[in-house]
Design a protein around this ligand. Sequence first.
Ligand SMILES: Nc1ncnc2c1ncn2[C@@H]1O[C@H](COP(=O)(O)OP(=O)(O)OP(=O)(O)O)[C@@H](O)[C@H]1O
Length: 611
Amino acid sequence: MPRPKLKSLKEGKKTDLKKSFSALIFIPRFFKEIWKTNKKLFLVSACCRLIGAVLPVIILWIGKIIIDEIILQTKTEVSDLNILWTYVAIEFGLIILSDLVSRAISLTDGLLGDAYSIDSSVRIIKKTNQINISLLEDAEFYDKLERARTQTTGRVGLMSNALGEVQSLISILTLVAGLIYFEPYLIILLVLSIIPSFINEIWFSQQQYSLARGWTAERRELDYLRFIGANDKTAKEIKLFGLTDFVVDRFKNLAQEYYELNKKLAVKRSALGFTFNVLGTLSYYGAYVFIIYRVISGAITLGELTFLSGSFNRLTKNLQEFFSKFTRITESALYLKDYFDFLDISIEPNHKEDMPLPTTIKEGFEFKNVRFSYPGSDTEILKGISFKMKAGEKLAFVGQNGAGKTTLTKLLLRFYEPTSGEILLDGVNINRFDKAAYQEFFGVIFQDFFKYEFTVKENIAIGDIDEIENQEKIENAAALSLADEVVKELKYGYNQQLGKRFAKGQELSGGQWQKVALARAYMKDAKVMILDEPTSALDAKAESEVFDRFIGLTQSKTSVIISHRFSTVRQADRILVLEEGRVLEFGTHQELMNNKSLYAELFTLQAEGYQ
Ligand SMILES: Nc1ncnc2c1ncn2[C@@H]1O[C@H](COP(=O)(O)OP(=O)(O)OP(=O)(O)O)[C@@H](O)[C@H]1O
């Protein structure tokens, strides 16, 4: 369905003002996290900011004293310049200190920011790992994860802005105290000069955020188009199918719409910003005229004039900065909400009870009338599946694309729970075991296994990462999956970097990758092995060799193999034929051949193809 065009910002999703302010409640928790990241650095930063906050008013004050002293000296006949030079030396010292403090602030901000960025990324990775697979496949949740992950730099900026805001506030308070002390009326002019630009800032950043947020989906599409338009994985197809113009047009049309809306907003913001700044300058000169008048009438000294005009000027700038930073903070705080929402996702306890797992499987697994629909979907994928998988038995799942074979293994692995029915291990519902311990039972290679752009050694060790230094074990696993033949061809052997992303990386063919991935399954002495189309990319010779080894190695092991190749499937002890989420046939190869149903038909069809 084509996306309806957004004609104006008003039609986009808006985030109301209240929502942005309410996001500020996350700031204290945010600071707690930063505090925990590095207490010492945080304290140093806070002290520096405190000094940095009071220095401006002190420097202005010293300036006032110096001018008053100069005037005094010009009026007295016997001049004593010692005091004057002392004040100048103090001012010099303060200016140096001010520079030192501001450098210390950027240094601590940088270091603290880096440390916090590492900590929060680790938190996100760990949390993602605790979350149920079913949730990870949910689009709304995935958005949240994306925002939490990609906003790391935003959070570092927020930290610096929020700390700076506290510093500005203290600075403003000290300057205001100075103004009130000498000329309280100036405060009225100050407020008048600042209110318009404050409203301007708040309103526009609100609009900016609404635009960015309302366009999340489109921006994701833009990223995707940018990705498929310019990367090594799609380049072949894009060139061959002549897709460049198609991708470029699609990108340009979408980007142009966003650009226009953004432009409108930016132009308006600049124009109004300029007008409000003129108002600010006007009120500054109003204050200036007022102070000059007060000096001429003898109410205040020339030194006080410099102090007051300096303070007023600084205050308007500080206040403008304070408000614009404030809006930036409310904006980033909304992203902070996404981050904390993600961290706060409640993790269902990974086990319902703490039944001890059997040390050896005695009877085996039993599926009892298992029905299943994926979360958020009404389509029933498994429609009452019942079968037994005996201990030590090798089962093959067969069926057409989409029949539900992989889904069945996902339930067995407890990535999802059946909608109804149950799965038993030695007569006990698998939900009653500790989930992590239960999953340790399995050695699995998925159809869509991940090609980690690590070294070969690391890619294999992923099957049992604690054994990453056990070269012998890694080489054994490689020999069993025929990955050793792949390694022999590689320049750096087991230390060869795989993939093209990093320097000296070597890309592998589909079948070579499969052999490497298959070695992962041999890394641990799993009680149950699940191989989901492990040999689909292998040539016929390699496939039969791999499978022979698998059979040999898993003599006494309960295992499931999913394959579309009947030469592989026929070697299983029993074969479960699935059709549209139902068990169509179940038995040995011979029994199914005698059945003369779907299995026999498909087997014969494939066998004829090989003749
Ligand atoms: N995460 C998911 N959310 C919703 N539906 C899904 C999900 N994963 C798979 N499905 C649907 O479940 C059905 C069964 O998929 P499954 O992967 O189990 O099939 P399969 O028999 O392994 O197929 P193949 O031989 O193509 O690998 C398909 O219709 C698929 O569209």
